[in-house]
Design a protein around this ligand. Structure first.
Ligand SMILES: *Cc1c(COP(=O)(O)O)cnc(C)c1O
Length: 352
């Protein structure tokens, strides 16, 4: 068809499967296995249908922004909230990556980055992780149109130390460096303290993993007031009212309950330590993970086969048919009970 000549063609991001059958053990999309803070359920009861007549407030003028600013000890003008960090990151690509030089990100990383670069026509270059799946900071210090990487990285779980992160931010003062901290609450060190020194740093986090609210879609960026103002200008030029009234109300409760949040992250870190032991016993190796997942490879059984057989047992993990990582499975840390079922299944598949 002639009209297809004018179509913007993209190969979309492929998310993990969302099987919706009872009994499925879902360890494939890094969701939290525990419910959100109890205050969230209580706040649902207080929602007022009449309020839905009105447009929601701009996120920057809400209690959620205030709560996040207080929690992270930054100004309200340093917070940008979006519909999941995917929305925040996509807005950030659109806002900050408009130079002629390619932006840089790792060759093995969150597979949405190249999709956004393609859809917005942003030139990009990937830099190879080393053999141990580590980011080599020097690769990102030689001039670029911008830099983005997750820390800890996905799907490897490997953490880059704060000193190395600073090296990258400092070497790129003329462009924006985005650190995607989707998994930072599981034992990593956030780049947030660097904000005092660097106005070109944007730290992006999400409610989807450590705050157990993937279904609500809340993500946020923290950066200098100038960066945040530019982000708002672009957001309010595309679609102003993306965060709805219930989401804004419920999000507050998830941030407010610090004790529940800490207990939830601690529990997952403990289960992860146990999983490291069990998977090692079962013949797997993996880089040390700072996320709520392990990126594991078995010494003899092919990853694709394990992936398929687990699925037949109603246990979903993630596997990518992609060079360099096709021997690995990304396994989300679930509840202890879910993990026991996983070990038992793996024992049958890989044992003997
Ligand atoms: C899960 C994830 C996100 C996005 O999550 P949202 O649900 O959109 O907040 C972003 N970056 C990385 C690396 C992730 O793993």
């Amino acid at each position: 068809m002639k009209w297809e000549e004018n179509v913007r063609r993209v190969v979309p991001y492929t998310p993990g499967e969302q099987p919706d059958r009872p009994g499925v053990i879902k360890l494939n999309t890094n969701e939290c296995p525990y419910p959100p803070a109890p205050g969230v359920a209580a706040a649902i009861e207080r929602l007022d249908a009449d309020r839905m007549r009105l447009y929601p407030a701009f996120p920057e003028q809400t209690a959620l922004t205030e709560e996040l600013a207080a929690y992270y000890h930054v100004g309200k003008d340093q917070i940008f909230i979006g519909v999941g960090s995917d929305d925040v990151l996509s807005m950030a690509f659109m806002t900050f990556f408009n130079g002629d030089r390619p932006i840089l990100f790792p060759d093995i990383t969150y597979s949405f980055y190249d999709v956004w670069a393609e859809v917005y026509g942003i030139p990009y270059e990937t830099k190879a992780l080393d053999a141990a799946f580590r980011i080599r900071p020097e690769d990102y210090c030689q001039g670029s149109g911008g830099v983005i990487f997750p820390n800890p990285n996905a799907p490897t779980g490997v953490l880059l130390g704060l000193h190395e992160v600073e090296k990258i931010v400092a070497a790129n003062r003329d462009v924006v460096v985005i650190v995607d901290e989707a998994y930072i609450d599981f034992g990593g060190t956030s780049a947030l303290p660097l904000l005092d020194k660097y106005d070109n740093l944007l730290v992006v986090q999400t409610f989807s993993k450590s705050r157990a609210m993937a279904g609500m879609r809340i993500g946020y960026a923290i950066g200098s007031p100038q960066l945040i103002r530019y982000l708002h200008d672009v957001k309010y030029s595309v679609n102003s009212y993306t965060l709805n009234y219930p989401t804004l109300e419920l999000g507050v409760e998830a941030v407010r309950d610090k004790a529940y949040f800490a207990a939830c992250c601690d529990k997952i870190i403990q289960t992860r330590a146990r999983a490291q032991k069990e998977l090692t016993r079962l013949g797997f190796t993996f880089p040390e993970s700072y996320g709520n997942f392990l990126f594991a490879s078995h010494k003899s059984v092919p990853a694709q086969m394990i992936f398929q057989e687990l699925k037949e047992n109603d246990i979903y993990v993630r596997w990518w048919d992609k060079e360099r990582i096709d021997k690995y499975l990304r396994i989300t840390i679930g509840t202890d009970e879910q993990m026991e079922a996983l070990y038992a299944a793996l024992d049958k598949i890989c044992g003997g």
